[in-house]
Design a protein around this ligand. Structure first.
Ligand SMILES: Nc1ncnc2c1ncn2[C@@H]1O[C@H](COP(=O)(O)OP(=O)(O)O)[C@@H](O)[C@H]1O
Ligand SMILES: [Mg+2]
Length: 265
């Protein structure tokens, strides 16, 4: 990696979030650079989900700041973050099994028909949503034959794919995925990893929270190690082994000074 002066797409400084006497985020920093896949790893309860919720507007930090492209943000909710280009696939999947794929992809952002049928009668433009959803699915090579089929007819990996496609379709700036392969089998996890690559290949940076070290090492450009509510360091996967990263996660080993400072780029 060469040293660059690139401005992070998404950045956090000194975030704090307390729930009563539990400190979920304890002065956390975060940097995501253009075009990279950044893995976020850490023990259960380290505060990974809380951190990404703050970045996605799902949680309002007590202290600290969030910046996009160097500009300070004030997300009041997930809608604000989405408007700024941040899409999130949450740990507990937000697809509705009984609805078809096209409807799921456009959930919360349905396309209305033109003219009075759309504006007054709120009729949906299903042909347009189906054709756009098909296009997005084809882009990501997820292998679903028809967007008219209900999500409940899909495998776990394909369902996850629909959630990822939805994020990819609307995420203009950043896509965050919290444990996207946790509930999936080997083959399906592989598909999600392929999706992450194809999103990055389209120039959109991805934040991947994962426990799966082989996946993390396979797909990520840098690894943010989270521990006790803070960023312990940022690791170059070409310089550290999986067992070293696990030791950094548990605190058995300390990151180098450069890693603590946010790593080399
Ligand atoms: N809404 C909440 N209310 C109370 N405690 C919470 C809440 N969300 C998270 N926590 C606590 O904050 C800590 C960090 O949780 P979390 O961010 O989910 O960690 P991770 O995703 O790394 O497992 C844990 O101790 C968890 O119990
Ligand atoms: Mg979590």
């Amino acid at each position: 990696m060469t040293t660059t002066t690139a401005t992070p797409v998404l950045q956090a400084r000194g975030l704090v979030k307390k729930y009563g006497n539990v400190t979920a985020i304890n002065g956390a920093d975060f940097d995501l650079y253009p075009g990279e896949v950044l893995a976020v790893v850490g023990d259960n309860g380290a505060g990974k989900s809380s951190l990404i919720k703050a970045l996605a507007g799902a949680l309002i930090p007590d202290q600290g700041e969030i910046l996009m492209n160097g500009e300070k943000m004030n997300f009041r909710n997930t809608r604000d973050a989405r408007a700024a280009g941040i899409e999130t696939v949450y740990q507990d999947l937000a697809v509705i099994p009984a609805l078809d794929i096209a409807t799921n992809v456009f959930l919360g952002r349905e396309v209305r028909r033109k003219g009075i049928m759309g504006s007054v009668f709120r009729r949906l433009d299903m042909p347009r949503m189906r054709s756009e959803a098909s296009g997005h699915l084809a882009d990501l090579k997820i292998g679903i034959k028809s967007v008219n089929q209900a999500v409940e007819t899909l495998s776990g990996g394909q369902r996850q794919g629909v959630a990822v496609v939805r994020a990819a379709a609307f995420g203009r700036g950043v896509i965050i995925m919290d444990e996207p392969t946790a509930a999936l089998g080997v083959k399906e996890s592989g598909q999600v990893i392929d999706l992450i690559r194809s999103i990055r290949d389209r120039g959109i940076p991805v934040v991947l929270i994962s426990h799966d070290m082989p996946h993390v090492f396979e797909v990520s450009d840098r690894i943010h190690v989270h521990r006790l509510g803070q960023r312990a360091g940022v690791i170059d996967p070409r310089e550290r082994s999986m067992s070293e990263v696990v030791a950094l996660m548990t605190g058995a080993e300390r990151p180098s000074e450069a890693e603590q400072a946010g790593g080399v780029r």
